[in-house]
Design a binder for this molecule. Structure first.
Ligand code: F0G
Length: 397
């Protein structure tokens, strides 16, 4: 019912591969004409495995009940920015606190199908937290490579507590990914970075859930790091269109941090390949990536959907994080870049007022408490005395 196809040369590959002999990225392709869809788009019971007939697994899934994340409408922001509809899909409310769980439930299930006993990834944090959690659930051994000192503390804590072997390297994410790819190849360990096409299959359910709940929006805005998620979400919309469940796809809008923006540069220069950034830097450590492996897929998704790429500064990211927090939505910095991008694009006149926009908030506020404390400051200290507290409270209110 599905095959693993190279996006460059079209050659079919076997399930154990992460890239084609021509070096091209692989993608799962379903024979959609022969597929039996057994779900209804009724906005109910949203979760990754509702769409099982479009997920490439043969066995019982390893699941922690991922997906079904809330889609919040931000009426106040709509008024402020004069846009018809703005939604935020809060992927930070997945089991490990990020969208990665959608990919891991499929990736780990595939690891078991392939009789693997160990899994590994390089990570800016969320992938490692999620992989450690699902590996723990399934009894697989987990190895994690992190850029030392550059991963938010909540994510490291998760990987450690769920029992992964956590290795810090003196290098950035791109170095870690290069190394872990070779180690996995040599040691027969299953690689669960987004170069693994099965993981992206799980992540495409973000698109399915959006359609299930509100139909097709005009644009979906999401942060771009290693560029897997934007590719996955577009694939989801495209599949629904091919199945005639929707009649159009939304514009895919990718947001990068200014100091780590190779896809933005390639997009602006009309290139289909990126020039890597050697020393990526941003407060949004989750997307501190200079050489995104899925760049080719992402640039195609942006091009085919008539979308675009924008960059935002660290200052814009933090101010969007605060804005979301004031609307009751707690996210980590990288996640806020989607809303920071939306604000910038509206100011530049690149979003039509009559649009319905969905921003993806990719990870939870609790992931990166250190940045929060740096930005918000420490809590005030007042003596444990009712009168002192009373005078403090009355001064403020
Ligand atoms: N937002 C968050 C919170 C992330 O953790 C990531 C990626 C992204 C956005 C970007 O997604 O890579 O598919 O373009 N984090 C990876 C990790 C790299 O290791 O956790 P992408």
């Amino acid at each position: 019912m599905y095959s693993l196809v190279c996006i460059e040369c079209g050659k079919e590959n076997d399930e154990m591969k992460y890239k084609c002999i021509c070096d091209g990225l692989l993608e799962v392709r379903f024979d959609l004409s022969r597929l039996e869809i057994d779900f209804k788009l009724d906005g109910r019971d949203l979760k990754v495995w509702k769409y099982r007939s479009l997920l490439p697994v043969k066995s019982e899934p390893v699941t922690l009940k991922e997906g079904g994340t809330p889609l919040y409408r931000l009426e106040r922001l709509e008024k402020e920015l004069e846009i018809r509809r703005i939604y935020v899909k809060h992927e930070g409310l997945n089991p490990s606190g990020s969208f990665k769980d959608r990919g891991m439930t499929v990736g780990i299930t595939k690891a078991l199908e392939l009789k693997k006993t160990a899994v590994a990834c390089a990570s800016t944090g969320n992938t490692s937290a999620s992989m450690a959690m699902y590996a723990a659930k399934s009894g697989l051994k987990a190895f994690v490579l992190l850029p030392a000192g550059k991963v938010a503390i909540g994510k490291v804590a998760q990987a450690l507590m769920h029992g992964a072997e956590v290795i810090g390297i003196k290098g950035n994410f791109d170095d870690a990914l290069r190394i872990v790819r070779e180690v996995c190849e040599r040691a027969g360990i299953y690689l669960l970075n987004s170069v693994n096409p099965f993981r992206l299959e799980g992540q495409k359910t973000i698109a399915y859930e959006i359609v299930d709940e509100i139909g097709t929006p005009d644009a979906v805005i999401l942060p771009v790091g290693n560029a897997g998620n934007i590719s996955a979400v577009f694939k989801g919309f495209k599949e629904f269109k091919k199945l005639q469940l929707i009649d159009r796809v939304p514009k895919m809008i990718g947001i990068q941090a200014k100091g780590a923006a190779p896809i933005y540069r390639a997009f602006k220069e009309g290139e289909s390949k990126i020039t890597p950034v050697t020393n990526p830097e941003t407060i949004a450590t989750a997307i501190r990536i200079g050489n995104p492996v899925n760049a080719r897929k992402a640039l195609r998704a942006i091009h085919d959907s008539k979308g675009l790429v924008e960059v935002v500064s660290d200052h814009e990211i933090i101010s969007a994080q605060r804005k979301l927090a004031k609307n009751g939505i707690g996210v980590e910095p990288a996640s806020a870049s989607s809303v920071a991008g939306l604000i910038k694009l509206i100011r530049n006149g690149e979003i039509e007022r009559d649009s319905t926009i969905v921003c993806i908030a990719t990870g939870n506020l609790l992931k990166d408490p250190e940045t929060v404390i740096r930005v918000c400051g420490e809590p005030k200290m007042v003596e444990a005395d009712v009168e002192k507290i009373m005078s403090f409270v009355t001064q403020i209110s």
